[in-house]
Design a protein around this ligand. Structure first.
Ligand code: ZN
Length: 142
């Protein structure tokens, strides 16, 4: 399988100040739906009170989920937005650090926001769609 390249023009850029005590992923999803954004680049910083992150086990082909039950800085948050099963789908990865400087990182499922600022770059072009990939067991762009 050869590499796929998708090319876009920048549409709009947004800064989001998220609400305290609500899920980061849900808040982003609500914004994306309201603004009718289907393809985007995401980055962000802030702090969370807890989170659920994941590691994809490449052999067993499933996510191993981990609860992070400590108050952490969002040292890094990045991801993209495309379509999966016809629905807008944000794919986010995060690096968290606690008061002792320990880091927790991986695929982001959920994060209880203390304070967070997201930067959303919405893009114009052909929207990539995720479909099940036999080689990896993941939903990848076709
Ligand atoms: Zn991921």
């Amino acid at each position: 399988m050869s590499m796929r390249v998708f090319e876009f023009d920048v549409d709009r850029m947004y800064l989001l100040k998220l609400e305290h005590g609500k899920d980061l992923v849900e808040q982003l999803l609500t914004f994306l739906k309201d603004a009718e954004i289907k393809v985007a680049h995401i980055s962000g910083i802030g702090a969370v009170m807890s989170a659920e992150i994941g590691y994809y086990d490449q052999i067993r082909r499933e996510y191993v989920r981990t609860e992070v039950n400590s108050r952490c800085e969002i040292a890094s948050l990045s991801g993209n937005v495309s379509l999966k099963d016809g629905e807008v789908f944000p794919h986010l990865h995060i690096v968290l650090c606690d008061e002792d400087g320990r880091t927790f990182s991986g695929h982001l499922f959920r994060a209880d926001v203390f304070a967070a600022e997201l930067f959303v770059v919405s893009l114009k072009g052909v929207i990539p769609e995720r479909i099940y990939d036999d080689v990896t067991g993941l939903s990848l762009w076709k």
